[in-house]
Write a protein that binds this ligand. Structure first.
Ligand SMILES: [Fe+2]
Length: 290
């Protein structure tokens, strides 16, 4: 059985969220939901997530899973909000524990934050099954961009997170703490073993050359024409290209709020005695010297 896939684009962060569902049982998963965030005011919003909820309601879909491909550094997750509204279990790759430990140090989080993955309902390992009714679902560990990276294969639909972008967009950076270009190369080789017709759904598209945002390609198209990583690309060439390119990239706009919320499965930090939730900003830690 092949799943139905409905994409949702979030223009402020160029992110794609997906609803994957089985047309018979109406069981569904949401992949990488986005919580709106205004960095000027520090306000969060639910317009993007509400569009997903409306789609679930209209289709009579039962939300089984809220799946993160990794702890994103460029947008906040709406996983917790979706769960409060529609149920389902929040899951992420088991490598999240390393990501949590790393960023507990980066942000100087106290003992209140425990880097054991317990903020999520389930931690996923390579090969784990995530069926939706008659649609077979499987986890493929794809670390490299981050150490917790996983891809989700539902029938013929593969959700790759930030392993590869659209073929003209190449691949994701590997310079975050825990990132590793050689590891990403090997993760992508695993994905390239899938049938050529496998549908590939990306987590971001920045519209290279000014084209309209796109979300879907195929394994065959990626193997033939990904500008960073074709089937015949040599690992050492890829790693050299990736490192040189990453050295030129700025820190993502929303890394500071995103990571602090996303390592908590999309929950804001606990409110302080005044009832307000605060984020922390480590000075002169992230990025390159000015
Ligand atoms: Fe990412």
């Amino acid at each position: 059985m092949q799943p139905n896939v409905t994409p949702f684009f979030h223009p402020p962060t160029s992110s794609w969220t997906y609803v994957v569902s089985d047309g018979v049982s109406r069981e569904a998963a949401v992949v990488d939901p986005v919580l709106d965030y205004d960095w000027r005011s520090g306000r969060t919003g639910t317009a993007a997530a509400d569009a997903v909820l409306a789609h679930l309601a209209t289709g009579g879909l039962q939300l089984r899973w809220i799946l993160e491909t990794h702890a994103h550094a460029d947008h906040l997750s709406a996983a917790s909000y979706l769960q409060a509204s529609a149920g389902g279990k929040i899951a992420i790759g088991e490598g999240i524990r390393q990501v949590q430990a790393t960023f507990q140090r980066v942000f100087g989080l106290g003992d209140e934050f425990v880097p054991d993955g317990s903020q999520f309902d389930r931690l996923l390992a390579d090969g784990d099954a995530l069926d939706l009714g008659a649609v077979r679902g499987r986890v493929i560990a794809t670390p490299g961009h981050t150490s917790d990276g996983v891809s989700y294969l539902f029938g013929d639909a593969l959700f790759v997170g930030d392993t590869v972008f659209m073929p003209d967009g190449g691949s994701a950076r590997c310079d975050f703490p825990g990132g590793d270009a050689a590891q990403l190369f090997r993760s992508v080789q695993r994905l390239y073993q899938l049938p050529a017709a496998t549908r590939v759904f990306v987590c971001h598209d920045y519209g290279p050359g000014g084209r309209a945002p796109q979300c879907q390609s195929t394994i065959g198209a990626q193997r033939a024409s990904n500008v960073h990583l074709r089937a015949d690309t040599v690992e050492s060439d890829y790693v050299a290209m990736r490192r040189a390119r990453d050295a030129t990239l700025d820190v993502p706009n929303l890394i500071i709020p995103s990571v602090q919320v996303n390592i908590r499965a999309g929950r804001l930090p606990p409110a302080e005695s005044d009832g307000v939730s605060y984020l922390r900003v480590p000075l002169n830690v992230l990025g390159r010297p000015l």
